[in-house]
Write a new protein. Structure first.
Length: 504
Protein backbone atom coordinates (compact mmCIF):
# COMPACT_ATOMS: atom_id res chain seq x y z
CA UNK A 1 0.00 0.00 0.00
CA UNK A 2 1.43 3.39 -1.01
CA UNK A 3 1.64 6.16 1.57
CA UNK A 4 -0.25 9.35 0.78
CA UNK A 5 2.06 12.31 0.26
CA UNK A 6 1.14 15.72 -1.08
CA UNK A 7 3.29 16.54 -4.15
CA UNK A 8 5.14 19.82 -3.86
CA UNK A 9 4.95 19.89 -0.07
CA UNK A 10 8.14 19.21 1.84
CA UNK A 11 8.14 16.69 4.64
CA UNK A 12 10.07 13.83 6.13
CA UNK A 13 10.96 10.90 3.93
CA UNK A 14 10.12 7.50 5.36
CA UNK A 15 12.55 4.60 5.61
CA UNK A 16 13.26 2.89 2.27
CA UNK A 17 15.36 0.30 0.52
CA UNK A 18 16.83 1.72 -2.69
CA UNK A 19 17.70 -0.99 -5.22
CA UNK A 20 19.97 0.22 -8.04
CA UNK A 21 20.11 -1.92 -11.18
CA UNK A 22 23.53 -1.04 -12.58
CA UNK A 23 24.76 -0.27 -9.07
CA UNK A 24 28.40 -0.85 -10.02
CA UNK A 25 28.23 1.42 -13.08
CA UNK A 26 29.30 5.01 -13.74
CA UNK A 27 25.98 6.68 -12.96
CA UNK A 28 25.82 5.12 -9.50
CA UNK A 29 29.44 5.98 -8.75
CA UNK A 30 29.53 9.50 -10.17
CA UNK A 31 26.04 10.76 -9.32
CA UNK A 32 23.72 8.58 -7.25
CA UNK A 33 25.85 7.57 -4.28
CA UNK A 34 27.57 10.96 -3.89
CA UNK A 35 24.11 12.55 -3.98
CA UNK A 36 22.78 10.18 -1.33
CA UNK A 37 25.78 10.83 0.89
CA UNK A 38 25.33 14.60 0.59
CA UNK A 39 21.66 14.26 1.50
CA UNK A 40 22.75 12.30 4.55
CA UNK A 41 25.18 15.06 5.51
CA UNK A 42 22.34 17.58 5.29
CA UNK A 43 20.10 15.40 7.49
CA UNK A 44 17.61 14.90 4.65
CA UNK A 45 17.87 11.14 4.20
CA UNK A 46 15.41 8.90 5.98
CA UNK A 47 16.71 6.78 8.80
CA UNK A 48 17.21 4.04 8.07
CA UNK A 49 18.00 3.80 4.36
CA UNK A 50 19.42 0.67 2.79
CA UNK A 51 21.02 0.87 -0.65
CA UNK A 52 21.42 -2.34 -2.65
CA UNK A 53 23.57 -2.18 -5.78
CA UNK A 54 23.04 -4.87 -8.40
CA UNK A 55 25.60 -5.80 -11.02
CA UNK A 56 27.84 -8.44 -12.56
CA UNK A 57 31.15 -7.26 -11.16
CA UNK A 58 33.11 -9.46 -8.78
CA UNK A 59 32.25 -7.46 -5.66
CA UNK A 60 31.02 -8.21 -2.16
CA UNK A 61 29.49 -5.78 0.32
CA UNK A 62 32.80 -4.46 1.66
CA UNK A 63 34.55 -4.09 -1.70
CA UNK A 64 31.45 -2.31 -2.99
CA UNK A 65 31.54 0.08 -0.04
CA UNK A 66 35.23 0.78 -0.64
CA UNK A 67 34.56 1.44 -4.31
CA UNK A 68 31.77 3.88 -3.53
CA UNK A 69 33.83 5.70 -0.93
CA UNK A 70 36.51 6.37 -3.53
CA UNK A 71 33.87 7.51 -6.01
CA UNK A 72 32.27 9.84 -3.47
CA UNK A 73 35.66 11.33 -2.65
CA UNK A 74 36.27 12.01 -6.34
CA UNK A 75 32.85 13.13 -7.56
CA UNK A 76 30.95 14.60 -4.61
CA UNK A 77 30.55 18.38 -4.65
CA UNK A 78 31.44 18.36 -0.93
CA UNK A 79 34.74 16.56 -1.42
CA UNK A 80 36.20 13.78 0.70
CA UNK A 81 33.67 12.14 3.05
CA UNK A 82 34.01 12.53 6.79
CA UNK A 83 35.42 9.36 8.39
CA UNK A 84 32.77 8.85 11.06
CA UNK A 85 29.92 9.93 8.82
CA UNK A 86 30.94 7.58 6.01
CA UNK A 87 31.40 4.66 8.41
CA UNK A 88 27.81 5.13 9.55
CA UNK A 89 26.53 5.65 5.99
CA UNK A 90 28.22 2.60 4.49
CA UNK A 91 26.54 0.21 6.93
CA UNK A 92 23.47 0.52 4.74
CA UNK A 93 25.30 -0.30 1.48
CA UNK A 94 25.06 -3.78 -0.02
CA UNK A 95 25.98 -5.45 -3.28
CA UNK A 96 24.15 -8.30 -4.98
CA UNK A 97 25.92 -9.97 -7.87
CA UNK A 98 23.95 -11.85 -10.48
CA UNK A 99 22.33 -12.00 -13.89
CA UNK A 100 19.28 -9.79 -13.75
CA UNK A 101 18.09 -10.78 -17.18
CA UNK A 102 16.72 -14.05 -15.82
CA UNK A 103 14.04 -14.80 -13.23
CA UNK A 104 16.42 -16.69 -10.91
CA UNK A 105 18.43 -13.49 -10.35
CA UNK A 106 15.29 -11.74 -9.15
CA UNK A 107 14.36 -14.61 -6.87
CA UNK A 108 17.79 -14.37 -5.25
CA UNK A 109 17.37 -10.60 -4.92
CA UNK A 110 14.01 -11.13 -3.24
CA UNK A 111 15.58 -13.35 -0.58
CA UNK A 112 18.41 -10.90 0.02
CA UNK A 113 15.95 -8.02 0.34
CA UNK A 114 13.97 -9.84 2.99
CA UNK A 115 17.09 -10.06 5.15
CA UNK A 116 18.18 -6.46 4.53
CA UNK A 117 14.70 -5.01 5.06
CA UNK A 118 14.32 -6.90 8.30
CA UNK A 119 17.74 -5.75 9.54
CA UNK A 120 17.07 -2.08 8.71
CA UNK A 121 13.34 -2.02 9.45
CA UNK A 122 12.46 -0.25 6.21
CA UNK A 123 8.83 -1.30 6.36
CA UNK A 124 8.74 -2.82 2.90
CA UNK A 125 9.18 0.60 1.20
CA UNK A 126 11.16 -0.03 -1.99
CA UNK A 127 12.55 2.10 -4.79
CA UNK A 128 13.91 0.40 -7.90
CA UNK A 129 16.32 2.60 -9.86
CA UNK A 130 17.11 1.58 -13.46
CA UNK A 131 20.66 2.81 -14.12
CA UNK A 132 21.55 0.16 -16.71
CA UNK A 133 21.76 0.47 -20.46
CA UNK A 134 18.27 1.36 -21.77
CA UNK A 135 17.88 -1.85 -23.79
CA UNK A 136 17.57 -3.74 -20.49
CA UNK A 137 14.71 -1.64 -19.10
CA UNK A 138 11.78 -3.65 -20.53
CA UNK A 139 13.09 -7.01 -19.32
CA UNK A 140 13.97 -5.71 -15.85
CA UNK A 141 10.49 -4.22 -15.45
CA UNK A 142 8.83 -7.40 -16.69
CA UNK A 143 10.81 -9.57 -14.27
CA UNK A 144 10.11 -7.21 -11.37
CA UNK A 145 6.46 -7.96 -11.97
CA UNK A 146 6.87 -11.67 -12.61
CA UNK A 147 8.98 -12.18 -9.50
CA UNK A 148 6.54 -10.28 -7.30
CA UNK A 149 9.16 -7.71 -6.31
CA UNK A 150 6.94 -4.92 -7.62
CA UNK A 151 4.50 -5.64 -4.79
CA UNK A 152 5.38 -5.16 -1.15
CA UNK A 153 3.85 -4.30 2.20
CA UNK A 154 4.99 -0.68 1.82
CA UNK A 155 5.35 1.88 -0.96
CA UNK A 156 6.97 0.70 -4.20
CA UNK A 157 8.36 3.09 -6.80
CA UNK A 158 10.50 2.79 -9.90
CA UNK A 159 12.89 5.39 -11.33
CA UNK A 160 13.63 5.12 -15.04
CA UNK A 161 16.62 6.98 -16.48
CA UNK A 162 16.68 8.59 -19.90
CA UNK A 163 16.64 7.87 -22.76
CA UNK A 164 13.04 6.72 -22.48
CA UNK A 165 12.82 4.90 -25.81
CA UNK A 166 14.55 5.60 -29.13
CA UNK A 167 11.45 6.93 -30.87
CA UNK A 168 7.73 7.27 -30.33
CA UNK A 169 7.02 3.59 -30.94
CA UNK A 170 9.63 2.29 -28.49
CA UNK A 171 8.67 4.91 -25.89
CA UNK A 172 5.05 3.84 -26.17
CA UNK A 173 6.05 0.17 -25.85
CA UNK A 174 8.14 0.90 -22.75
CA UNK A 175 5.23 2.83 -21.25
CA UNK A 176 2.93 -0.12 -21.89
CA UNK A 177 5.33 -2.49 -20.12
CA UNK A 178 5.88 -0.05 -17.24
CA UNK A 179 2.18 0.61 -16.71
CA UNK A 180 1.47 -3.10 -16.90
CA UNK A 181 3.59 -3.66 -13.78
CA UNK A 182 3.41 -0.32 -11.96
CA UNK A 183 0.74 2.32 -11.56
CA UNK A 184 1.60 5.67 -13.16
CA UNK A 185 1.79 7.19 -9.66
CA UNK A 186 4.69 4.81 -8.92
CA UNK A 187 6.74 5.66 -12.03
CA UNK A 188 9.42 8.37 -11.91
CA UNK A 189 10.86 9.10 -15.37
CA UNK A 190 13.92 11.16 -14.58
CA UNK A 191 15.52 14.01 -16.52
CA UNK A 192 18.24 15.49 -14.34
CA UNK A 193 17.84 18.93 -15.94
CA UNK A 194 14.57 19.35 -14.04
CA UNK A 195 16.48 18.95 -10.78
CA UNK A 196 18.69 21.97 -11.47
CA UNK A 197 17.95 24.96 -9.26
CA UNK A 198 17.95 27.39 -12.17
CA UNK A 199 15.36 25.37 -14.11
CA UNK A 200 13.08 25.36 -11.09
CA UNK A 201 13.74 29.07 -10.70
CA UNK A 202 12.15 29.69 -14.11
CA UNK A 203 8.82 28.76 -12.55
CA UNK A 204 9.46 31.00 -9.54
CA UNK A 205 10.60 33.91 -11.70
CA UNK A 206 7.53 33.66 -13.92
CA UNK A 207 4.83 32.97 -11.36
CA UNK A 208 6.08 34.74 -8.21
CA UNK A 209 6.84 38.09 -9.88
CA UNK A 210 4.00 40.11 -11.34
CA UNK A 211 6.27 42.13 -13.66
CA UNK A 212 7.02 39.26 -16.07
CA UNK A 213 3.67 37.65 -16.86
CA UNK A 214 2.14 40.64 -18.72
CA UNK A 215 4.98 40.65 -21.29
CA UNK A 216 5.47 36.86 -21.50
CA UNK A 217 3.66 36.45 -24.83
CA UNK A 218 3.69 37.09 -28.58
CA UNK A 219 2.83 40.77 -28.16
CA UNK A 220 6.17 41.56 -26.54
CA UNK A 221 8.50 38.60 -27.20
CA UNK A 222 10.28 38.53 -30.57
CA UNK A 223 12.07 35.20 -30.18
CA UNK A 224 13.28 32.62 -27.68
CA UNK A 225 16.66 30.86 -27.81
CA UNK A 226 17.51 27.70 -25.88
CA UNK A 227 21.14 26.61 -25.99
CA UNK A 228 22.73 23.47 -24.56
CA UNK A 229 26.36 23.51 -25.67
CA UNK A 230 29.12 21.16 -24.63
CA UNK A 231 32.86 21.59 -25.04
CA UNK A 232 33.40 17.90 -24.29
CA UNK A 233 33.41 15.16 -26.87
CA UNK A 234 32.22 11.60 -26.41
CA UNK A 235 34.16 10.80 -23.22
CA UNK A 236 34.36 7.10 -24.14
CA UNK A 237 30.67 6.87 -25.10
CA UNK A 238 31.16 6.51 -28.85
CA UNK A 239 29.13 3.32 -29.19
CA UNK A 240 26.18 4.81 -27.31
CA UNK A 241 26.35 8.12 -29.15
CA UNK A 242 26.35 6.42 -32.54
CA UNK A 243 22.90 5.06 -31.69
CA UNK A 244 21.64 8.26 -30.11
CA UNK A 245 22.96 11.46 -31.69
CA UNK A 246 22.30 14.98 -30.47
CA UNK A 247 18.58 14.98 -31.24
CA UNK A 248 17.82 11.92 -29.11
CA UNK A 249 20.49 12.61 -26.49
CA UNK A 250 19.63 16.23 -25.67
CA UNK A 251 16.89 17.83 -27.76
CA UNK A 252 14.07 15.31 -27.24
CA UNK A 253 14.45 15.38 -23.46
CA UNK A 254 16.51 18.22 -21.91
CA UNK A 255 15.65 20.95 -24.42
CA UNK A 256 12.01 19.96 -24.74
CA UNK A 257 11.69 20.16 -20.96
CA UNK A 258 13.27 23.63 -20.91
CA UNK A 259 10.96 24.75 -23.70
CA UNK A 260 7.89 23.45 -21.88
CA UNK A 261 8.84 25.21 -18.62
CA UNK A 262 9.41 28.51 -20.43
CA UNK A 263 6.26 28.38 -22.56
CA UNK A 264 3.69 26.75 -20.25
CA UNK A 265 0.61 28.49 -18.91
CA UNK A 266 0.35 29.24 -15.17
CA UNK A 267 -0.76 26.05 -13.37
CA UNK A 268 -3.73 26.24 -11.01
CA UNK A 269 -1.46 25.14 -8.15
CA UNK A 270 1.96 23.64 -7.53
CA UNK A 271 0.71 20.06 -7.47
CA UNK A 272 2.64 17.65 -9.69
CA UNK A 273 -0.13 16.93 -12.20
CA UNK A 274 -1.17 20.58 -12.48
CA UNK A 275 2.34 21.51 -13.62
CA UNK A 276 2.70 18.51 -15.90
CA UNK A 277 -0.71 19.16 -17.48
CA UNK A 278 0.50 22.57 -18.65
CA UNK A 279 3.81 21.22 -19.96
CA UNK A 280 2.02 18.59 -22.03
CA UNK A 281 -0.21 21.26 -23.59
CA UNK A 282 2.91 23.10 -24.83
CA UNK A 283 4.44 19.97 -26.35
CA UNK A 284 1.17 19.10 -28.09
CA UNK A 285 0.94 22.63 -29.50
CA UNK A 286 4.32 22.41 -31.27
CA UNK A 287 3.76 22.79 -35.00
CA UNK A 288 4.17 19.48 -36.84
CA UNK A 289 6.81 19.53 -39.57
CA UNK A 290 6.68 18.00 -43.02
CA UNK A 291 9.83 16.85 -44.86
CA UNK A 292 10.19 20.24 -46.56
CA UNK A 293 9.86 21.97 -43.18
CA UNK A 294 12.65 19.85 -41.73
CA UNK A 295 14.99 20.88 -44.53
CA UNK A 296 14.27 24.59 -43.99
CA UNK A 297 13.90 24.65 -40.20
CA UNK A 298 16.45 22.11 -38.93
CA UNK A 299 20.25 21.94 -39.26
CA UNK A 300 22.35 18.92 -38.38
CA UNK A 301 26.10 18.55 -38.49
CA UNK A 302 29.06 16.60 -37.15
CA UNK A 303 32.23 18.09 -35.66
CA UNK A 304 35.52 17.97 -37.50
CA UNK A 305 38.96 18.23 -35.96
CA UNK A 306 39.89 21.41 -34.16
CA UNK A 307 41.11 22.94 -30.93
CA UNK A 308 39.04 22.94 -27.72
CA UNK A 309 40.42 24.41 -24.52
CA UNK A 310 43.87 24.74 -26.06
CA UNK A 311 43.98 21.06 -26.96
CA UNK A 312 43.79 19.51 -30.43
CA UNK A 313 40.87 17.09 -30.74
CA UNK A 314 39.96 14.62 -33.49
CA UNK A 315 36.91 14.72 -35.73
CA UNK A 316 33.82 12.83 -34.60
CA UNK A 317 34.32 10.13 -37.24
CA UNK A 318 37.83 9.51 -35.88
CA UNK A 319 36.61 8.94 -32.32
CA UNK A 320 36.71 5.48 -30.76
CA UNK A 321 33.51 3.52 -31.34
CA UNK A 322 32.38 5.70 -34.27
CA UNK A 323 31.98 4.38 -37.80
CA UNK A 324 34.26 6.04 -40.36
CA UNK A 325 31.29 7.00 -42.53
CA UNK A 326 28.99 7.88 -39.64
CA UNK A 327 25.91 9.98 -40.37
CA UNK A 328 25.21 10.62 -36.69
CA UNK A 329 24.71 14.26 -35.84
CA UNK A 330 26.65 15.88 -32.99
CA UNK A 331 24.95 19.24 -33.54
CA UNK A 332 21.30 20.19 -34.04
CA UNK A 333 19.74 23.60 -34.50
CA UNK A 334 16.02 23.99 -35.07
CA UNK A 335 13.36 26.65 -35.46
CA UNK A 336 10.09 25.61 -33.85
CA UNK A 337 6.72 27.28 -33.44
CA UNK A 338 4.08 26.82 -30.75
CA UNK A 339 0.63 27.21 -32.24
CA UNK A 340 -1.36 28.49 -29.30
CA UNK A 341 -2.83 31.83 -28.21
CA UNK A 342 0.22 32.94 -26.22
CA UNK A 343 3.04 32.08 -28.63
CA UNK A 344 1.59 32.04 -32.16
CA UNK A 345 4.25 33.32 -34.59
CA UNK A 346 7.12 33.52 -32.08
CA UNK A 347 10.13 31.44 -33.24
CA UNK A 348 11.77 29.20 -30.67
CA UNK A 349 15.37 28.53 -31.70
CA UNK A 350 16.96 25.44 -30.19
CA UNK A 351 20.54 24.26 -30.51
CA UNK A 352 22.72 21.63 -28.95
CA UNK A 353 26.13 20.34 -29.87
CA UNK A 354 29.32 18.70 -28.76
CA UNK A 355 32.85 20.11 -29.12
CA UNK A 356 31.54 23.66 -29.20
CA UNK A 357 33.47 26.71 -28.01
CA UNK A 358 32.16 26.61 -24.45
CA UNK A 359 29.98 24.61 -22.08
CA UNK A 360 26.81 26.59 -21.51
CA UNK A 361 23.08 26.11 -21.05
CA UNK A 362 20.93 29.21 -21.40
CA UNK A 363 17.38 30.31 -22.11
CA UNK A 364 17.24 33.77 -23.71
CA UNK A 365 14.03 35.74 -24.18
CA UNK A 366 14.51 38.52 -26.74
CA UNK A 367 11.82 41.17 -26.58
CA UNK A 368 10.56 43.25 -29.48
CA UNK A 369 12.12 46.55 -30.42
CA UNK A 370 10.56 49.76 -29.12
CA UNK A 371 7.71 50.89 -31.38
CA UNK A 372 9.09 54.40 -31.91
CA UNK A 373 12.81 55.13 -31.96
CA UNK A 374 13.13 58.42 -30.05
CA UNK A 375 16.93 58.19 -29.85
CA UNK A 376 17.68 57.13 -33.42
CA UNK A 377 19.60 60.26 -34.46
CA UNK A 378 22.19 59.83 -31.71
CA UNK A 379 22.28 56.06 -32.19
CA UNK A 380 22.72 55.28 -35.90
CA UNK A 381 22.84 51.54 -35.18
CA UNK A 382 19.48 51.70 -33.43
CA UNK A 383 18.58 50.67 -29.91
CA UNK A 384 19.14 46.95 -29.19
CA UNK A 385 16.13 45.04 -27.89
CA UNK A 386 15.85 43.99 -24.25
CA UNK A 387 16.98 40.44 -23.45
CA UNK A 388 16.22 38.31 -20.41
CA UNK A 389 18.75 35.48 -20.13
CA UNK A 390 18.45 32.58 -17.71
CA UNK A 391 21.79 30.82 -17.25
CA UNK A 392 21.27 27.18 -16.30
CA UNK A 393 24.97 26.28 -16.20
CA UNK A 394 27.78 26.79 -15.44
CA UNK A 395 27.41 30.38 -14.14
CA UNK A 396 23.89 29.99 -12.74
CA UNK A 397 21.85 33.16 -12.69
CA UNK A 398 19.57 35.59 -14.50
CA UNK A 399 20.42 38.81 -16.31
CA UNK A 400 18.34 41.52 -17.96
CA UNK A 401 19.78 43.70 -20.71
CA UNK A 402 18.20 47.13 -20.94
CA UNK A 403 19.12 50.53 -22.31
CA UNK A 404 20.68 53.42 -20.37
CA UNK A 405 22.03 56.85 -21.26
CA UNK A 406 25.79 57.21 -21.42
CA UNK A 407 27.22 60.02 -19.25
CA UNK A 408 27.87 63.21 -21.20
CA UNK A 409 26.06 65.97 -23.10
CA UNK A 410 25.01 63.76 -26.04
CA UNK A 411 21.90 61.59 -25.85
CA UNK A 412 23.70 58.34 -26.48
CA UNK A 413 22.10 55.10 -25.38
CA UNK A 414 23.85 51.82 -24.80
CA UNK A 415 22.83 48.42 -23.35
CA UNK A 416 23.71 47.57 -19.75
CA UNK A 417 23.15 44.43 -17.67
CA UNK A 418 21.39 43.90 -14.39
CA UNK A 419 22.64 40.56 -13.15
CA UNK A 420 21.66 38.06 -10.48
CA UNK A 421 24.06 35.21 -9.69
CA UNK A 422 23.26 32.30 -7.43
CA UNK A 423 26.77 32.13 -6.05
CA UNK A 424 26.81 35.81 -5.12
CA UNK A 425 23.28 36.11 -3.77
CA UNK A 426 23.01 32.99 -1.63
CA UNK A 427 25.49 31.71 0.90
CA UNK A 428 24.37 28.13 0.32
CA UNK A 429 25.94 26.11 -2.48
CA UNK A 430 23.29 24.79 -4.86
CA UNK A 431 22.65 21.11 -4.41
CA UNK A 432 23.32 18.69 -7.23
CA UNK A 433 20.31 17.91 -9.43
CA UNK A 434 20.37 14.26 -8.40
CA UNK A 435 20.21 15.22 -4.74
CA UNK A 436 16.94 17.05 -5.28
CA UNK A 437 15.47 14.35 -7.50
CA UNK A 438 16.41 11.44 -5.25
CA UNK A 439 14.93 13.25 -2.28
CA UNK A 440 11.71 13.84 -4.23
CA UNK A 441 11.46 10.13 -5.02
CA UNK A 442 11.83 9.34 -1.33
CA UNK A 443 9.14 11.92 -0.54
CA UNK A 444 6.81 10.65 -3.24
CA UNK A 445 6.79 13.98 -5.11
CA UNK A 446 6.48 13.60 -8.90
CA UNK A 447 6.53 17.33 -9.75
CA UNK A 448 10.00 17.25 -11.36
CA UNK A 449 9.47 13.93 -13.15
CA UNK A 450 8.00 13.22 -16.54
CA UNK A 451 4.56 11.74 -17.00
CA UNK A 452 3.72 9.16 -19.65
CA UNK A 453 1.82 11.52 -21.96
CA UNK A 454 4.59 14.11 -21.63
CA UNK A 455 7.20 11.60 -22.80
CA UNK A 456 5.18 10.57 -25.81
CA UNK A 457 4.31 14.17 -26.72
CA UNK A 458 8.02 15.09 -26.76
CA UNK A 459 8.80 12.14 -29.02
CA UNK A 460 5.86 13.01 -31.26
CA UNK A 461 7.33 16.49 -31.73
CA UNK A 462 10.71 15.25 -32.99
CA UNK A 463 9.55 12.22 -35.00
CA UNK A 464 9.11 14.19 -38.26
CA UNK A 465 12.77 15.20 -37.98
CA UNK A 466 13.94 11.64 -37.36
CA UNK A 467 11.75 10.32 -40.18
CA UNK A 468 13.03 12.94 -42.61
CA UNK A 469 16.65 12.22 -41.73
CA UNK A 470 16.02 8.50 -42.08
CA UNK A 471 14.63 9.01 -45.59
CA UNK A 472 17.71 11.04 -46.52
CA UNK A 473 20.30 8.84 -44.80
CA UNK A 474 22.71 9.09 -47.75
CA UNK A 475 22.74 12.90 -47.85
CA UNK A 476 26.12 14.48 -47.00
CA UNK A 477 26.38 15.54 -43.36
CA UNK A 478 27.62 19.07 -42.79
CA UNK A 479 30.69 19.50 -40.55
CA UNK A 480 31.86 22.25 -38.24
CA UNK A 481 35.24 22.97 -36.70
CA UNK A 482 35.63 21.64 -33.16
CA UNK A 483 35.93 24.61 -30.82
CA UNK A 484 33.60 26.78 -32.93
CA UNK A 485 29.91 27.58 -32.36
CA UNK A 486 28.68 25.21 -35.03
CA UNK A 487 28.05 25.25 -38.78
CA UNK A 488 27.36 28.43 -40.74
CA UNK A 489 23.97 27.14 -41.81
CA UNK A 490 22.82 27.28 -38.18
CA UNK A 491 23.55 31.00 -38.18
CA UNK A 492 21.67 31.38 -41.47
CA UNK A 493 18.62 29.88 -39.80
CA UNK A 494 18.38 32.96 -37.58
CA UNK A 495 19.78 35.54 -39.98
CA UNK A 496 16.92 35.01 -42.40
CA UNK A 497 14.58 36.06 -39.58
CA UNK A 498 16.70 39.05 -38.55
CA UNK A 499 18.19 37.40 -35.44
CA UNK A 500 21.54 35.91 -34.47
CA UNK A 501 22.72 33.31 -32.01
CA UNK A 502 23.93 34.55 -28.66
CA UNK A 503 27.60 34.14 -27.81
CA UNK A 504 28.95 33.36 -24.36
Amino acid sequence: MNEQLIPGVSGSASAHTLVIFGGSGDLAARKLLPALYNLRQNNLLPEPLAVVGLGRRELDDQSYRDRLRSATQEFSRTGSPDEDSWTSFERGLYFVRGDFGVLSGFEYLKERLRTIEKEHATGGNRIFYLATQPSLFPEIIRLLGESGLSKSSGATRIVIEKPFGRDLATAHALNEISNGVFDESQIYRIDHYLGKETVQNVLVMRFANVMFEPVWNRQYVASVQITVSEADGLEGRGTYYEEAGALRDVVQNHIMQLLAVVAMEPPVNFQADSIRDEKVKVLRALRKMKAADVRSHVVRASYGEGVVGGREVPAYRDEEGVASGSQTETYVAARLFIDNWRWKGVPFYLRSGKRLAKRATEIAIQFKEVPHLLFGLSNPDGVPPNVLSIRIQPDEGISITFEAKEPGPAMRVRPVNMDFGYGESFSRVSSDAYERLLLDVLLGDQTLFIRRDETEAAWDAVMPILDSWGAEADSPLETYVAGSWGPRSAGDLLREDGFRWRRF
